[in-house]
Design a protein. Structure first.
Length: 118
């Protein structure tokens, strides 16, 4: 069973930067998509932040375009989310997600808290 381990959350001031990492416990050889989602508070839906396919196609939420960049290191089975120009409204628990359509596989990470506050 594949597991995802996230790291990199924390407290940052508005305008600052953070980089989140998500590592898979196994190498994924099949076509897949890895991405980041966030939940901004209790009772709120988890929303897409950014996704990146194994073929290199990226997709971003409008709210983060131009500020966040998703990338992946396939050799190390890791996906990253570089977050710049952070705003208080980016405060959320960020979750990593892996989907492998050919195997009907969906895995979520445990979440990492990002707090943007002065």
């Amino acid at each position: 069973q594949v597991q995802l381990v996230e790291s990199g959350g924390g407290l940052v001031q508005p305008g600052g930067s953070l980089r989140l990492s998500c590592a898979t416990s196994k190498t994924i050889f099949s076509i897949n998509t890895m991405g980041w989602y966030r939940r901004q508070g209790p009772g709120k839906e988890r929303e897409l932040v950014a996704t990146l396919t194994s073929g290199g196609t990226a997709n971003y939420a409008d709210s983060v375009k131009g500020r966040f960049t998703i990338s992946r290191d396939n050799a190390n089975n890791t996906v990253y989310l570089q977050m710049n120009s952070l705003k208080p409204e980016d405060t959320a628990v960020y979750y990593c997600r892996l989907t492998v359509p050919s195997k009907f596989l969906e895995v979520w990470g445990q979440g990492t808290l990002v707090t943007v506050s002065s």
